[in-house]
Structures are given as C-alpha cells and as structure tokens.
Design a protein around this ligand. Structure first.
Ligand SMILES: NC(=O)c1ccc[n+]([C@@H]2O[C@H](COP(=O)([O-])OP(=O)(O)OC[C@H]3O[C@@H](n4cnc5c(N)ncnc54)[C@H](O)[C@@H]3O)[C@@H](O)[C@H]2O)c1
Length: 504
C-alpha cells in the first residue's frame, strides 16, 4: 500500500517524481512568452490532458497543413498537475505501444509549439478551444454488481465550459470532443458561453460551437486512430460546422478518411453514444450466451466462428471478463440519462441500461464459474492474475473488470499476485503490480488466471513451458486466448477452464 498523497502534491505514476502544486496559479508570463514565440500562428488550446487530450495535443502540434501554437490545459489537482509539468519537462504523460507518440512529441519539442499550463489565462489567446475533459457517470451498485441507480453530474463539465467563457475571445471556436449526453452542445455549452460573453459585455454573434467525437484507441495505433481515421462532425449552426470542418481538415488525413457532416450537434452527440452502446450491447449479449454454452457443454468460440462465416454476422463478439475502460461502461447510461433529463421522456433506454448492467456483472459470473468448477474452499489459495489493464497491450486500469474478480478472490481468502507488462502501479487499488513474469512464475500458484489479452500471454511458448513447470494447478482463461494445442498441453498437468468453453 502507498501512503496517501498530501493535497498539494502531485506524483507522476510514470517516474514517481513529486510536484508541489502552487497555492496561487499564475502562469501569465509563461503563456504569453510561449505565444510570442509563434507570431501569426493560430492558437489552439486543448482542455484536458488525459488519454484523449494529451494525444490530440500532439496531433494538433503536428498538424498536416497548418502550423499551430498548442497549449494544453489541465487542473492543478494531485491527479493531474504532474501531467502539465511532465509535458513541459520532456516526458510525455501517456505511455503506449505506439512509436508515433514519441516521434510526434519529439517534433513538437523541437518546434517548441506545445506548452502545458493550468492557468485559464491560456483561453484569452485561443482561436480554437478543444474540450477533451472527462464527464463522469456515478453508478450505485449493490455487492453483487447489480446496477441500482446512476447519476450524471454535469457540474464539473459546466464549470470547465464557464472557465472558457470567462476568458475566451468572442469569435472563438469551441470544439467539444468530450462524450456528452446528446443535447449538451446546444442546451448547455452554447448558453453558458453566451452568458459569460454577455457578462463581459462582449458580442455573442461570432461565437462558434462545434462537436466532433473522438474514436481514439489507446494502443499501438493511438496517433493514427486520431489522425488517420474517419470523423463525424457538426456545429450548433452552419458557421460553427464550417469552422469545425476547416479545422479538422488541417489535422486529419481527410483525403483518405473523408469527414461526415451531420445535421446538428444532437445527431453527432447521439452517434457517439450509440456507437459505444452498440458495442457494449454486443458484448452483453455474448455474456449471456457464453454462460449458456458453459451450462450446455458447448464451445462458444467454435459456435461464434462458425456464425461469423456469414458476412452479416462478422462482428459477433467473443466472450471475456466483461467490459472495462472509461467509455463503454458509461456511455449507454449517458444516452439514457439525456433522453429523460434533456428531452423530457419518462422512459430510459432500457436495453442499453440492461447491457451495462449485464456487463458489470460479468466479473461476478466469471468468479462464480471458477467456484462451480473448483469444488474446494478458496481460502489461503495462491492466485496469479495475468493482466490488470482492461484492454490488451495498454496500461489503462480505469474501470477494469479485473477489479471485480480480484475483489472476490481476496474476499474468498486468496492471496493474489498481480502481473501486467504495462502497469507498474494499480492506482484504483493502490497496489504494486509485477512486470517480470519469469520472476513471478518461479513461485508456485494454486490458480493462474488470464484476465487481460496482452500479446505477452498469446502464443507464448515460453509462458506455456513455465506453466507446465508449475506444480499441478488450475489454469483459468477468462479471455479465451489459449489455443487448442496449448489447452491440450496444459491439461496434461493442470485443470484448464476457459470462459464459454462448456466442452472442457
Ligand atoms: N480514453 C478513450 O479511449 C476515449 C475514447 C474516445 C472518447 N473518449 C472520451 O474523451 C473524454 C476524455 O477522456 P479521457 O480518457 O482523456 O479522460 P481522462 O480522465 O484521462 O482525462 C480528462 C482530463 O481532463 C482534465 N480536466 C477535467 N476538468 C478540467 C477542466 N475544467 N479544465 C482542464 N482540464 C480538466 C482532468 O484533470 C483529466 O486530466 C471523455 O468524454 C471520454 O468519454 C475517451
């Protein structure tokens, strides 16, 4: 366990370096001298330097057909202040398997066109502000993972938009990329900005509000998933949509990946949450069927692959430990909330809410399946979990479904050892995570559970041999990454179970 970080300190999880957050935020001199280095260039301010905003800032600093002066702004909080310092000191705050991150960051440093700050003074010179902050859904679940209720707290989002409106130029383009409840750009963002301008005795007629959602995929194609991918966009009026299009054309390869313009911001906002809800529902659907396959003695992988031969059914999912990450776990709820709270319906999006509910329970099902296959007590058993991140080949533990199975194993009295090649420290649990698999496999385990589909665990003959060296134990693959040959080999020494494989 780590000791709690004092409120005025912010520690980089990448380097362990500790930064003291200043009591008074005043970076006017830093911002103005950065702007002075780039006369004549448009200034783009990216609000939010998280998984999306920090990489978007790199893409804008390396724009294709225009040179921008880019300022990233985040909050002076223990959670985020280190990101600002890190960017200015030469250490990019996101680590992923994509070499373009390093290349783009290096180029931005050489051109000196990327600066980070927490002073809202940055908005005063912005021609474009891109909103890439979080908008959270708070879920209330009971002990069994049952979603009982949820709330969408718009207050931090409204505050963020107000901080733009309090400082921005009246003809700024505010481009919302945050995943918002449909209706937000028109009903929340624009009125707040207009009110702020009016309070400053500034005209509102030239203000532009666009919406274009991110499809960014952290991982080996991180940068390309922004720069070389299709985009949907809109504006709260024609001028806003036009300005959004002009900007997007300078940063995205729109010749190869043409833009799609939708009629209004409600439509693009709905497209984002529908896109993610569709995926979450598809996963939830498979959760149900993989359980049925376990009961019916069927190999669901064989079944799905047979069905996928039909071109119309190619995107049928395979089972897994459930849904994790920041987006799919909340976006269907954001949509349902908007229907009831911004458009006056008294009915939720029932299927979408049910999808979230089923996915949230998957780690519980995974644990129950383990218990149903292992008939003794789990107390004092030693378990190695392979993977803490919610997604293969990235180090993102936000809402990871591994949490659910970890908590239940601990509750059952197990000693749990963690491995992940991309996570050093599991922030949500304040736990150290081992990175040296060879070293960890020198110990003996009663259970080895594959919980993330990292490539280090796939087709890895060395890992299989090391597992074969283990004393007789229980290998449990919750992702379905073991091949038939690997399962056959491992079964010569161990009990092997795979989620959705009722035939084993
Ligand atoms: N992570 C993904 O893969 C992904 C993909 C597509 C879309 N999105 C969406 O993009 C948005 C951002 O996601 P993320 O993963 O980058 O979140 P994140 O939590 O990693 O980053 C958000 C950042 O915004 C900062 N922030 C919050 N309020 C602020 C304010 N008032 N001023 C300045 N900074 C502020 C936070 O401190 C944090 O650093 C979300 O709406 C998310 O749903 C995420």
């Amino acid at each position: 366990m780590v000791k709690e970080i004092p409120k005025h300190e912010s520690v980089s999880p990448l380097t362990g370096k500790q930064y003291t957050i200043p009591e008074i935020i005043d970076d006017k001199a830093g911002i103005d001298s950065f702007i002075a280095l780039h006369p004549g260039k448009k200034v783009v301010v990216i609000q939010g330097l998280g998984f999306v905003g920090s990489v978007m800032a790199l893409v804008v600093a390396n724009a294709l057909t225009e040179e921008y002066a880019v300022i990233g702004i985040d909050l002076p909080t223990p959670f985020s202040y280190w990101k600002i310092q890190s960017i200015n000191e030469g250490m990019f705050p996101v680590i992923a398997d994509d070499p373009k991150i390093g290349q783009f960051y290096k180029r931005a440093r050489e051109k000196n066109n990327l600066y980070a700050t927490c002073d809202p003074h940055a908005y005063t010179s912005a021609d474009i502000v891109i909103v890439d902050i979080n908008l959270d859904v708070k879920k209330q679940s009971n002990g069994n993972g049952h979603l009982e209720d949820y709330t969408v707290d718009l207050a931090p989002f409204k505050k963020a938009i107000t901080s733009i409106g309090t400082h921005c130029k009246p003809d700024v383009l505010v481009l919302v990329e945050t995943t918002v409840p449909p209706g937000s750009s028109q009903k929340i963002v624009k009125p707040i900005l207009e009110e702020c301008l009016q309070q400053r005795n500034l005209p509102t007629g030239k203000l532009k509000v666009g919406h274009s959602y991110e499809r960014v995929m952290p991982g080996p194609k991180y940068v390309d998933s922004i720069q070389n991918f299709y985009r949907v966009y809109s504006g709260t009026d024609e001028a806003s949509a036009d300005a959004t299009e002009i900007f997007l054309r300078t940063v995205i390869s729109t010749n190869e990946y043409p833009l799609t313009r939708l009629g209004n911001t409600q439509a693009t906002e709905m497209a984002k949450v529908l896109e993610n809800s569709y995926r979450a529902m598809n996963i939830a659907f498979m959760v149900e069927w993989s359980r049925f396959a376990e009961e019916a003695g069927v190999n669901i992988y064989e079944v799905v692959n047979a069905i996928r031969m039909r071109p119309t059914h190619k995107n049928l999912m395979l089972p897994g430990l459930g849904v994790g990450g920041y987006c799919l776990t909340k976006d269907p709820l954001l949509a349902s909330w908007a229907r009831m709270n911004l458009f006056g319906s008294d009915e939720p999006l029932e299927q979408s809410e049910t999808g979230v509910h089923i996915n949230d329970q998957m780690p519980i099902f995974a644990f129950q399946y383990l218990q149903s296959q292992y008939h003794e007590s789990l107390k004092d058993k030693k378990v190695l979990l392979l993977g803490v991140s919610y997604l293969n080949d990235v180090g993102d533990t936000r809402f990871t479904p591994v949490l659910g199975i970890y908590d239940q194993l601990v509750e059952a009295g197990c000693e749990v050892v963690l491995h992940d090649p991309h996570v050093v420290f599991w922030e949500e649990k304040a736990l150290k995570v081992g990175n040296d698999l060879d070293e960890l496999l020198k110990q003996a385990y009663d259970f080895v559970i594959v919980t993330t589909g990292h490539k280090d665990y796939r087709n890895n003959a060395v890992l299989i041999n090391k597992l074969l060296d283990q004393h007789s134990s229980f290998i449990y693959d919750t992702i379905g990454i073991l091949t038939e040959d690997e399962i056959r080999l491992l079964k010569t020494r161990h009990v092997v179970k795979v989620i959705g494989r009722g035939d084993l």
